[in-house]
Design a binder for this molecule. Structure first.
Ligand SMILES: NC(=O)c1ccc[n+]([C@@H]2O[C@H](COP(=O)([O-])OP(=O)(O)OC[C@H]3O[C@@H](n4cnc5c(N)ncnc54)[C@H](OP(=O)(O)O)[C@@H]3O)[C@@H](O)[C@H]2O)c1
Length: 338
């Protein structure tokens, strides 16, 4: 192949919000697969708040992206050349293909996806990593039970929208979402069936939680950390479980992560706060995907993707949408054809 592969590379480690000088745009020839390899033309890239952490030096639950490397990104695409016996030209696949137009793969860690069953972007969201995160975070880490009062922050985002709907499906007594802005809060109640929504940009979250969850919170699924986590800690029911899924309010802090001041509420409520990493559940993804796909087919779970056009060069500015709350649902970037 002699086509060009446009790529986005990490040029510098950001301080605070990433800026254009933290990225470089490069071009290479589209690779040719060797024996046991195939080439994917990427259709959609996943944009994830965790990317901000991968840009920092120092190991976390995953190695950092090195300066000069193609930015790590989950993606779905179509195989356009193959020398791999298990992957044929024309098949669609999901993998960590990176922020580029074409990727070379040996098939390790790659899942086949079927665009006849769901649109490709859904495999980056509710039928992909964020859906898995919601499912295992809520039911495994959060041990959600029928009759629970469930609160989720970042509720109108990719993970949050799935958490709230899954909690309703499994019989939560009340599901309360916390999100930024009236439009998002209305969407949670009118379209997704949440029982209540709190606009953290306008309301006092602790006071609003007192009104919305007078009996206290059984499961708090935390996507944002910071002050909202602190507010939720003041409203725990006895034996509450807090799922530490992420802390998007802290990822761009230049002053270090602000921890919860109200953590002694855990003692009073005999509660627990547990971190989760979705990759730990990889062996159980197929089971979760099948159950989630069933709920979607029955119309009980809605998936929404926020698709940005603009090609791979729009990656840097699109990433910022996650940190200023411009996305409703799962944020994806269209890079090529389906
Ligand atoms: N542990 C794991 O394995 C795992 C896996 C995937 C994702 N995660 C985590 O799950 C969380 C959600 O990820 P996602 O992909 O679903 O992203 P998302 O919720 O679709 O997008 C991020 C949202 O965060 C909200 N936000 C941004 N800055 C905020 C702030 N300062 N305070 C409060 N809210 C803020 C914005 O919504 P508003 O308009 O409502 O502010 C924005 O839309 C992230 O923390 C992510 O790191 C963890």
């Amino acid at each position: 192949m002699s086509a060009i592969n446009h790529q986005v590379r990490l040029a510098a480690r950001p301080l605070g919000l990433p800026t254009s000088s933290d990225w470089s745009m490069t071009e290479e020839l589209v690779p040719t697969p060797g024996a046991g390899e195939f080439v994917v033309a990427i259709s959609y890239l996943s944009l994830d708040p965790a990317m901000r952490g991968w840009m920092n030096a120092g190991a976390s639950y995953i190695e950092p992206v090195e300066v000069g490397d193609v930015m790590r990104a989950g993606a779905v695409g179509r195989i356009v050349a193959s020398e791999h016996p298990g992957f044929a030209v024309g098949e669609h696949v999901y993998g960590a293909f990176g922020a580029q137009e074409y990727a070379l793969s040996d098939g390790v860690g790659i899942f086949k996806v079927d665009p006849a069953l769901a649109p490709l972007p859904t495999y980056l969201g509710t039928l992909g990593m964020t859906g898995m995160t919601a499912y295992f975070g809520l039911f495994d880490t959060g041990k959600m039970q029928e009759g629970d009062i469930v609160v989720v922050s970042g509720a109108a985002g990719a993970v949050g929208m799935a958490v709230g709907q899954m909690a309703k499906i499994k019989g939560a007594e009340r599901v309360i979402g916390i999100a930024g802005g009236e439009e998002k809060c209305r969407w949670l109640i009118d379209e997704l069936g949440f029982d209540a929504a709190i606009d953290y940009k306008r309301e006092n979250v602790a006071a609003a939680l007192r009104d919305a969850a007078p009996k206290g919170i059984d499961v708090y699924f935390d996507n944002v950390g910071g002050e909202i986590l602190d507010a939720a800690l003041t409203r725990l029911a006895r034996g509450a479980r807090i799922v530490i899924c992420g802390a998007v309010s802290q990822y761009n802090s230049t002053e270090g992560v602000k921890g919860p001041a109200n953590y002694l509420a855990l003692l009073v409520a005999r509660a627990s706060m547990t971190g989760m990493v979705v990759f730990d559940y990889a062996a159980r993804y197929p089971q979760a995907m099948a159950e989630i796909a069933g709920w979607m087919r029955e119309g009980r779970l809605i998936s929404r993707e926020h698709i940005v056009d603009g090609g791979v060069s729009a990656f840097p500015e699109t990433l910022l949408k996650l940190f200023n709350g411009e996305n409703l649902g799962k944020l994806v970037l269209r890079v090529g054809e389906d």
